[in-house]
Design a protein around this ligand. Structure first.
Ligand code: C5P
Length: 232
């Protein structure tokens, strides 16, 4: 498993490739990895992903696939062919879907990491019964992360608050990718539960997803360097 000091994944939450590349021009592959989510992917498609890969960036394609096993496996295979470093699927797609996705990325050369999304952090306890889930959000996260682990996935996306428990339950090699990261003293935005980069790493996070604190900064490079030195 990769032991990397390059732990920060910048979320490229931009509406166009032009805006995304204006930001990307200010950073380097040695300083951060890049996450392409649904907004940017729907706007620009795979051409932009190829361009980021061509520039040497490790790209996390955050499209959270959730469909029948055959369809998800095919999408993961195509994502791997784009040269992305990490791709993700919804754990609620079930074991057959997770195992099909894992088998599909496993067939490719330089396979990407395959990560599961457990419970969306936007879902609160009150919403679970209506989608047929019993137990607390924390219990669901733990069960679904275990399902990802036993289905052969490399890790999960989780909140930094969940990282310590998942790290001790699922071992040192399982990747924990944590959003909701805010440098001390910065604007929390719409994230309900946040952690500083250092606390997240100390809690067991493998990679930190950071969006607005870096992308909306007057000087993104300086925020990135400060965060890097905080976790070094
Ligand atoms: O700007 P901010 O740092 O809040 O961005 C966080 C990024 O992580 C966004 O791209 C968001 O979609 C993503 N994310 C999240 N919470 C999750 C999963 C993904 O904030 N549970």
């Amino acid at each position: 498993m990769e032991q990397s000091s390059n732990k920060i994944i910048v979320a490229l939450d931009f509406p166009s490739g032009k805006k995304a590349l204006t930001f990307v021009d200010q950073v380097t592959p040695e300083l951060c990895r890049l996450k392409v989510g649904k907004e940017l992917f729907v706007a620009e498609g795979p051409a932009l992903v190829r361009e980021l890969v061509r520039r040497g960036f490790a790209v996390f394609l955050d499209l959270k696939f959730h469909d029948i096993p055959n369809t998800v496996a095919a999408a993961c295979r195509v994502a791997a062919d784009l040269g992305v470093w990490m791709v993700n699927v919804h754990a609620l797609g079930g074991r057959a879907m997770l195992e099909a996705a894992r088998a599909a990325v496993g067939e490719t050369k330089d396979r990407p990491y395959l990560i599961g999304v457990t419970l969306l952090t936007s879902m609160n306890a009150a919403e679970l019964p209506a989608v047929g889930l019993s137990g607390t959000p924390a219990q669901n996260v733990e069960r679904l992360a275990g399902l990802c682990h036993s289905s052969g996935l490399d890790g999960v996306v989780c909140s930094a608050q969940e990282a310590a428990g998942l790290r001790s339950a699922l071992g040192p090699r399982f990747l924990l990718v944590t959003p909701g990261i805010r440098p001390s003293g910065s604007d929390v935005g719409d994230q309900a539960r946040v952690m500083t980069p250092r606390d997240a790493v100390n809690a067991g996070a493998s990679f930190l997803v950071v969006g607005r604190p870096i992308t909306q900064a007057d000087n993104p490079l300086s925020v990135l360097l400060t965060m890097q030195s905080e976790i070094a």
